[in-house]
Design a protein around this ligand. Structure first.
Ligand code: F6R
Ligand code: MG
Ligand code: MG
Length: 378
Protein backbone atom coordinates (compact mmCIF):
# COMPACT_ATOMS: atom_id res chain seq x y z
CA UNK A 1 0.00 0.00 0.00
CA UNK A 2 2.94 2.29 -0.62
CA UNK A 3 2.69 4.57 -3.61
CA UNK A 4 5.41 6.42 -5.52
CA UNK A 5 4.77 9.82 -7.05
CA UNK A 6 7.32 10.82 -9.68
CA UNK A 7 7.66 14.02 -11.63
CA UNK A 8 10.11 13.69 -14.47
CA UNK A 9 10.77 16.73 -16.60
CA UNK A 10 12.78 17.80 -19.61
CA UNK A 11 13.12 20.59 -22.10
CA UNK A 12 13.11 18.83 -25.45
CA UNK A 13 12.27 21.77 -27.66
CA UNK A 14 9.78 24.56 -27.97
CA UNK A 15 7.95 27.06 -30.14
CA UNK A 16 8.84 30.74 -30.01
CA UNK A 17 12.43 30.32 -28.79
CA UNK A 18 12.74 28.75 -25.34
CA UNK A 19 9.05 29.32 -24.65
CA UNK A 20 6.44 26.59 -24.98
CA UNK A 21 6.47 22.95 -26.10
CA UNK A 22 4.20 22.23 -29.07
CA UNK A 23 0.89 20.56 -28.13
CA UNK A 24 1.80 17.62 -30.40
CA UNK A 25 4.90 17.01 -28.27
CA UNK A 26 2.72 16.83 -25.17
CA UNK A 27 0.33 14.55 -27.07
CA UNK A 28 3.20 12.17 -27.88
CA UNK A 29 4.03 11.98 -24.18
CA UNK A 30 0.39 11.24 -23.34
CA UNK A 31 0.34 8.38 -25.86
CA UNK A 32 3.54 6.85 -24.47
CA UNK A 33 2.36 7.09 -20.90
CA UNK A 34 -0.98 5.53 -21.84
CA UNK A 35 1.03 2.58 -23.17
CA UNK A 36 2.89 2.62 -19.86
CA UNK A 37 -0.38 2.26 -17.97
CA UNK A 38 -1.51 -0.53 -20.29
CA UNK A 39 1.79 -2.33 -19.73
CA UNK A 40 1.43 -1.91 -15.95
CA UNK A 41 4.61 0.19 -15.62
CA UNK A 42 2.70 3.09 -14.06
CA UNK A 43 -0.79 3.40 -12.59
CA UNK A 44 -1.68 6.94 -13.61
CA UNK A 45 -0.15 10.01 -15.23
CA UNK A 46 -0.64 13.65 -16.05
CA UNK A 47 1.27 15.66 -18.63
CA UNK A 48 1.76 19.39 -18.17
CA UNK A 49 4.43 22.00 -18.68
CA UNK A 50 5.99 25.15 -17.29
CA UNK A 51 7.47 27.50 -19.88
CA UNK A 52 9.47 25.29 -22.26
CA UNK A 53 9.66 22.26 -19.93
CA UNK A 54 7.44 19.20 -20.26
CA UNK A 55 6.53 17.69 -16.89
CA UNK A 56 5.39 14.08 -16.60
CA UNK A 57 3.56 13.32 -13.35
CA UNK A 58 3.29 9.61 -12.54
CA UNK A 59 1.94 7.34 -9.87
CA UNK A 60 3.19 3.78 -9.55
CA UNK A 61 4.34 1.21 -7.01
CA UNK A 62 7.89 0.66 -8.24
CA UNK A 63 9.72 3.06 -5.91
CA UNK A 64 12.22 5.75 -6.79
CA UNK A 65 14.76 5.43 -9.61
CA UNK A 66 12.93 2.58 -11.24
CA UNK A 67 14.44 1.54 -14.56
CA UNK A 68 11.12 0.87 -16.28
CA UNK A 69 9.49 4.08 -15.08
CA UNK A 70 12.49 6.18 -16.08
CA UNK A 71 12.76 4.31 -19.38
CA UNK A 72 9.11 5.05 -20.12
CA UNK A 73 9.70 8.78 -19.57
CA UNK A 74 12.87 8.69 -21.64
CA UNK A 75 10.93 7.14 -24.51
CA UNK A 76 8.18 9.76 -24.14
CA UNK A 77 10.77 12.55 -24.34
CA UNK A 78 12.39 10.85 -27.35
CA UNK A 79 9.02 10.76 -29.13
CA UNK A 80 8.43 14.42 -28.28
CA UNK A 81 11.93 15.28 -29.54
CA UNK A 82 11.22 13.56 -32.82
CA UNK A 83 8.13 15.71 -33.32
CA UNK A 84 10.08 18.84 -32.31
CA UNK A 85 12.85 18.03 -34.77
CA UNK A 86 10.42 17.47 -37.63
CA UNK A 87 8.94 20.93 -37.00
CA UNK A 88 12.46 22.39 -36.54
CA UNK A 89 11.45 23.74 -33.12
CA UNK A 90 14.00 25.43 -30.93
CA UNK A 91 16.52 23.37 -28.92
CA UNK A 92 14.86 20.09 -29.93
CA UNK A 93 16.16 17.28 -27.74
CA UNK A 94 18.16 19.71 -25.59
CA UNK A 95 17.93 17.81 -22.30
CA UNK A 96 18.50 14.31 -23.72
CA UNK A 97 22.24 14.29 -23.29
CA UNK A 98 22.99 10.69 -24.13
CA UNK A 99 22.19 8.53 -27.13
CA UNK A 100 22.03 5.31 -25.16
CA UNK A 101 19.65 5.34 -22.19
CA UNK A 102 21.27 3.39 -19.37
CA UNK A 103 18.34 2.73 -17.03
CA UNK A 104 18.15 5.98 -15.09
CA UNK A 105 17.41 9.50 -16.27
CA UNK A 106 19.53 10.98 -13.46
CA UNK A 107 22.68 12.39 -15.02
CA UNK A 108 21.23 11.86 -18.50
CA UNK A 109 19.67 15.32 -18.74
CA UNK A 110 16.05 15.26 -17.49
CA UNK A 111 15.21 16.17 -13.88
CA UNK A 112 13.36 13.95 -11.41
CA UNK A 113 11.60 14.46 -8.11
CA UNK A 114 10.19 11.25 -6.65
CA UNK A 115 8.67 10.34 -3.30
CA UNK A 116 7.36 7.07 -1.90
CA UNK A 117 4.90 7.05 0.99
CA UNK A 118 2.02 5.26 2.59
CA UNK A 119 -1.16 6.95 1.38
CA UNK A 120 -3.01 8.71 4.21
CA UNK A 121 -6.78 9.04 4.56
CA UNK A 122 -6.50 11.98 2.18
CA UNK A 123 -3.31 12.86 0.36
CA UNK A 124 -3.24 16.46 -0.93
CA UNK A 125 -0.11 17.28 -2.91
CA UNK A 126 1.23 20.55 -4.27
CA UNK A 127 3.41 20.25 -7.37
CA UNK A 128 5.71 23.21 -7.91
CA UNK A 129 7.28 23.66 -11.34
CA UNK A 130 9.87 26.31 -12.14
CA UNK A 131 11.26 27.57 -15.42
CA UNK A 132 14.49 29.56 -16.00
CA UNK A 133 15.98 28.88 -12.60
CA UNK A 134 17.86 26.32 -10.48
CA UNK A 135 17.06 23.81 -7.67
CA UNK A 136 18.46 25.93 -4.84
CA UNK A 137 15.78 28.54 -5.61
CA UNK A 138 13.40 26.35 -3.61
CA UNK A 139 15.60 26.55 -0.50
CA UNK A 140 14.32 29.95 0.59
CA UNK A 141 10.58 29.14 0.36
CA UNK A 142 11.06 25.63 1.80
CA UNK A 143 13.01 27.04 4.76
CA UNK A 144 10.22 29.51 5.37
CA UNK A 145 7.56 26.81 5.13
CA UNK A 146 9.28 24.10 7.20
CA UNK A 147 11.38 26.18 9.62
CA UNK A 148 9.85 29.59 10.14
CA UNK A 149 7.02 29.83 12.69
CA UNK A 150 6.22 33.33 11.42
CA UNK A 151 5.39 31.73 8.06
CA UNK A 152 3.91 28.41 9.15
CA UNK A 153 1.78 28.82 12.23
CA UNK A 154 1.39 25.03 12.12
CA UNK A 155 4.95 24.74 13.48
CA UNK A 156 3.65 26.38 16.62
CA UNK A 157 0.13 24.97 16.98
CA UNK A 158 -0.04 21.63 15.10
CA UNK A 159 1.39 19.00 17.51
CA UNK A 160 2.99 16.88 14.75
CA UNK A 161 4.42 19.81 12.75
CA UNK A 162 5.70 21.07 16.11
CA UNK A 163 8.07 18.07 16.33
CA UNK A 164 10.11 19.47 13.45
CA UNK A 165 11.61 18.06 10.26
CA UNK A 166 14.68 16.38 8.86
CA UNK A 167 16.38 18.05 5.88
CA UNK A 168 18.60 16.29 3.36
CA UNK A 169 20.96 18.95 2.05
CA UNK A 170 23.15 18.34 -0.98
CA UNK A 171 26.39 19.99 -1.91
CA UNK A 172 26.01 20.10 -5.69
CA UNK A 173 29.67 20.93 -6.26
CA UNK A 174 31.31 18.17 -4.19
CA UNK A 175 28.43 15.67 -4.67
CA UNK A 176 27.92 15.19 -0.93
CA UNK A 177 24.85 15.14 1.27
CA UNK A 178 24.01 15.56 4.94
CA UNK A 179 20.83 15.11 6.97
CA UNK A 180 20.06 17.84 9.49
CA UNK A 181 17.25 18.39 11.95
CA UNK A 182 14.94 21.29 12.78
CA UNK A 183 14.30 23.23 14.90
CA UNK A 184 17.55 22.55 16.76
CA UNK A 185 19.92 22.92 13.80
CA UNK A 186 18.06 25.78 12.13
CA UNK A 187 20.94 28.26 12.21
CA UNK A 188 23.45 25.66 10.99
CA UNK A 189 21.13 24.70 8.14
CA UNK A 190 20.83 28.32 7.06
CA UNK A 191 24.62 28.70 7.10
CA UNK A 192 24.73 26.16 4.29
CA UNK A 193 21.54 26.87 2.35
CA UNK A 194 22.13 30.62 2.22
CA UNK A 195 24.81 29.80 -0.36
CA UNK A 196 22.53 28.98 -3.26
CA UNK A 197 25.45 28.44 -5.63
CA UNK A 198 26.44 25.29 -3.77
CA UNK A 199 23.79 23.88 -1.42
CA UNK A 200 20.22 22.83 -2.09
CA UNK A 201 17.47 20.92 -0.31
CA UNK A 202 16.83 17.48 -1.76
CA UNK A 203 14.28 16.06 0.70
CA UNK A 204 12.39 16.95 3.86
CA UNK A 205 10.80 14.37 6.20
CA UNK A 206 8.46 14.80 9.11
CA UNK A 207 9.93 13.81 12.49
CA UNK A 208 6.52 12.53 13.57
CA UNK A 209 6.66 8.75 12.99
CA UNK A 210 3.36 8.34 11.14
CA UNK A 211 3.94 10.73 8.23
CA UNK A 212 7.21 10.22 6.32
CA UNK A 213 8.35 12.34 3.41
CA UNK A 214 7.18 15.97 3.20
CA UNK A 215 8.97 17.43 0.19
CA UNK A 216 11.38 16.50 -2.58
CA UNK A 217 13.20 18.67 -5.13
CA UNK A 218 14.82 17.71 -8.43
CA UNK A 219 18.49 18.57 -7.97
CA UNK A 220 20.19 17.19 -11.06
CA UNK A 221 22.69 19.83 -12.11
CA UNK A 222 22.58 19.82 -15.89
CA UNK A 223 25.76 21.82 -16.10
CA UNK A 224 27.63 19.11 -14.23
CA UNK A 225 25.94 16.09 -15.79
CA UNK A 226 26.77 17.41 -19.25
CA UNK A 227 30.30 18.25 -18.23
CA UNK A 228 29.57 21.84 -19.18
CA UNK A 229 26.81 24.36 -18.74
CA UNK A 230 23.80 23.45 -20.88
CA UNK A 231 21.05 25.14 -18.92
CA UNK A 232 19.75 25.70 -15.43
CA UNK A 233 17.67 22.75 -14.26
CA UNK A 234 14.25 24.38 -14.21
CA UNK A 235 13.50 22.25 -11.16
CA UNK A 236 10.31 20.71 -9.81
CA UNK A 237 9.35 20.25 -6.16
CA UNK A 238 6.68 17.92 -4.81
CA UNK A 239 5.16 18.79 -1.42
CA UNK A 240 2.72 16.70 0.60
CA UNK A 241 0.39 18.85 2.66
CA UNK A 242 -1.92 18.99 5.68
CA UNK A 243 -2.47 16.83 8.79
CA UNK A 244 0.89 17.30 10.49
CA UNK A 245 2.61 18.70 7.40
CA UNK A 246 2.42 22.34 6.33
CA UNK A 247 -1.06 23.18 5.01
CA UNK A 248 -1.46 23.89 1.29
CA UNK A 249 -1.79 27.58 2.09
CA UNK A 250 1.37 27.51 4.17
CA UNK A 251 3.23 25.92 1.25
CA UNK A 252 2.04 28.64 -1.15
CA UNK A 253 2.46 31.67 1.07
CA UNK A 254 6.21 32.38 0.54
CA UNK A 255 5.67 32.96 -3.18
CA UNK A 256 3.79 36.17 -2.39
CA UNK A 257 7.31 37.59 -2.04
CA UNK A 258 8.96 37.45 -5.47
CA UNK A 259 12.47 36.45 -4.32
CA UNK A 260 15.41 37.04 -6.63
CA UNK A 261 16.58 33.76 -8.14
CA UNK A 262 19.38 32.82 -10.53
CA UNK A 263 18.59 31.86 -14.11
CA UNK A 264 16.43 33.99 -16.39
CA UNK A 265 18.01 35.13 -19.67
CA UNK A 266 20.85 32.82 -20.73
CA UNK A 267 20.77 31.23 -17.28
CA UNK A 268 23.00 34.10 -16.25
CA UNK A 269 20.86 36.71 -14.46
CA UNK A 270 19.03 37.32 -11.23
CA UNK A 271 15.33 37.94 -11.72
CA UNK A 272 12.30 38.00 -9.44
CA UNK A 273 10.39 34.72 -9.24
CA UNK A 274 7.02 35.28 -10.96
CA UNK A 275 4.15 33.11 -9.63
CA UNK A 276 1.75 32.27 -12.46
CA UNK A 277 -0.75 29.84 -13.91
CA UNK A 278 0.48 27.14 -16.30
CA UNK A 279 -1.19 29.06 -19.15
CA UNK A 280 0.74 32.21 -18.19
CA UNK A 281 4.08 30.41 -17.86
CA UNK A 282 5.53 31.39 -21.26
CA UNK A 283 8.71 33.39 -20.63
CA UNK A 284 7.88 36.70 -22.32
CA UNK A 285 10.07 39.36 -20.68
CA UNK A 286 13.81 38.89 -21.35
CA UNK A 287 13.14 35.13 -21.52
CA UNK A 288 11.36 35.27 -18.17
CA UNK A 289 11.24 36.44 -15.50
CA UNK A 290 11.85 33.06 -13.83
CA UNK A 291 8.47 31.35 -13.41
CA UNK A 292 6.92 29.34 -10.62
CA UNK A 293 3.68 27.38 -11.05
CA UNK A 294 1.88 25.41 -8.35
CA UNK A 295 -0.79 22.84 -9.13
CA UNK A 296 -2.71 20.70 -6.67
CA UNK A 297 -4.06 17.17 -6.87
CA UNK A 298 -4.71 14.36 -4.48
CA UNK A 299 -3.25 10.90 -4.68
CA UNK A 300 -6.25 8.67 -4.12
CA UNK A 301 -5.90 4.88 -4.17
CA UNK A 302 -2.66 5.18 -6.10
CA UNK A 303 -4.06 7.52 -8.75
CA UNK A 304 -4.30 11.26 -9.24
CA UNK A 305 -7.53 12.98 -8.34
CA UNK A 306 -8.15 16.61 -9.29
CA UNK A 307 -11.34 18.41 -10.28
CA UNK A 308 -12.08 15.90 -13.06
CA UNK A 309 -14.73 13.22 -12.84
CA UNK A 310 -13.24 10.23 -11.00
CA UNK A 311 -14.27 8.02 -13.92
CA UNK A 312 -12.52 10.08 -16.61
CA UNK A 313 -10.09 8.23 -18.88
CA UNK A 314 -6.61 7.53 -17.57
CA UNK A 315 -4.29 10.54 -17.77
CA UNK A 316 -7.12 13.08 -17.91
CA UNK A 317 -6.82 15.39 -14.93
CA UNK A 318 -7.78 18.88 -13.93
CA UNK A 319 -5.60 20.06 -11.07
CA UNK A 320 -6.12 23.24 -9.11
CA UNK A 321 -3.93 25.95 -10.59
CA UNK A 322 -3.12 27.86 -7.42
CA UNK A 323 -1.41 30.90 -8.89
CA UNK A 324 -4.07 31.49 -11.56
CA UNK A 325 -6.27 33.73 -9.43
CA UNK A 326 -6.19 37.49 -8.99
CA UNK A 327 -4.92 37.14 -5.42
CA UNK A 328 -1.45 36.65 -6.93
CA UNK A 329 -1.60 39.73 -9.19
CA UNK A 330 0.09 41.73 -6.47
CA UNK A 331 3.08 39.35 -6.39
CA UNK A 332 3.23 39.29 -10.19
CA UNK A 333 3.32 43.08 -10.32
CA UNK A 334 6.11 43.19 -7.73
CA UNK A 335 8.01 40.49 -9.64
CA UNK A 336 7.86 42.49 -12.86
CA UNK A 337 8.84 45.68 -11.03
CA UNK A 338 11.79 44.03 -9.28
CA UNK A 339 12.87 42.37 -12.52
CA UNK A 340 12.77 45.71 -14.37
CA UNK A 341 14.87 47.21 -11.61
CA UNK A 342 17.44 44.41 -12.00
CA UNK A 343 17.52 44.88 -15.77
CA UNK A 344 18.53 48.49 -15.39
CA UNK A 345 21.97 47.20 -14.33
CA UNK A 346 22.54 45.76 -17.81
CA UNK A 347 25.47 43.34 -17.88
CA UNK A 348 26.75 44.41 -14.44
CA UNK A 349 26.62 42.39 -11.26
CA UNK A 350 24.38 41.81 -9.35
CA UNK A 351 22.06 41.72 -12.38
CA UNK A 352 24.32 39.07 -13.88
CA UNK A 353 25.55 36.10 -11.84
CA UNK A 354 29.06 35.65 -10.51
CA UNK A 355 31.58 34.39 -13.10
CA UNK A 356 31.44 30.71 -11.99
CA UNK A 357 27.68 30.65 -12.39
CA UNK A 358 27.40 32.28 -15.79
CA UNK A 359 25.99 29.93 -18.37
CA UNK A 360 27.58 31.85 -21.23
CA UNK A 361 30.89 33.69 -21.24
CA UNK A 362 33.28 35.26 -23.69
CA UNK A 363 35.79 36.18 -21.02
CA UNK A 364 38.47 33.54 -21.83
CA UNK A 365 38.42 34.58 -25.49
CA UNK A 366 38.65 38.26 -24.60
CA UNK A 367 41.48 37.60 -22.14
CA UNK A 368 43.45 35.61 -24.66
CA UNK A 369 43.05 38.44 -27.19
CA UNK A 370 44.44 40.84 -24.58
CA UNK A 371 47.33 38.63 -23.51
CA UNK A 372 50.04 40.79 -25.14
CA UNK A 373 48.54 44.07 -23.91
CA UNK A 374 47.96 43.02 -20.31
CA UNK A 375 50.61 44.55 -18.03
CA UNK A 376 51.56 43.90 -14.42
CA UNK A 377 50.51 46.57 -11.92
CA UNK A 378 53.37 48.55 -10.35
C1 F6R B 1 17.56 30.26 -20.32
C2 F6R B 1 17.20 30.03 -21.71
C3 F6R B 1 17.25 31.18 -22.65
C4 F6R B 1 18.44 31.08 -23.58
C5 F6R B 1 18.54 32.29 -24.51
C6 F6R B 1 19.66 32.19 -25.52
O1 F6R B 1 17.52 29.07 -19.62
O2 F6R B 1 16.88 28.95 -22.11
O3 F6R B 1 17.25 32.40 -21.97
O4 F6R B 1 19.62 30.95 -22.84
O5 F6R B 1 17.33 32.42 -25.22
O6 F6R B 1 19.53 30.99 -26.20
P1 F6R B 1 20.54 30.50 -27.34
O7 F6R B 1 21.91 30.45 -26.75
O8 F6R B 1 20.01 29.16 -27.72
O9 F6R B 1 20.46 31.52 -28.46
MG1 MG C 1 14.98 25.89 -22.34
MG1 MG D 1 13.03 25.71 -19.26
Amino acid sequence: DRVTVSVIKADVGSVGGHARPHPLMMQKCVERLKDGVRAGTVDDFYVTRVGDDINLYLTHTRGENNKDVHGLCWDAFMDATKVAKEMKLYAAGQDLLTDAFSGNIRGAGPGAAEMEFKERGAEPIVFFMADKTEPSSYSFPLCKVFMDPFTTTGLVIDPRAHEGFKFEIVDVIDSKKVIMSTPEETYDILTLLGDTTRYAIKRIWSKSDDIGIGAVVSTEKLNISAGKYVGKDDPVCICRAQSGLPAVGEHLQPYMFPALVAGWMRGSHYGAWYPCSVADSDPVFFDGPPRICAVGMHVSNGKFQGLEDPNSPVGVHEPLDYFAGSCWDEARRSAVKASMYMRRHGPFMPAVLGPEEMEYTTRPAVLSKLKERMEKLE
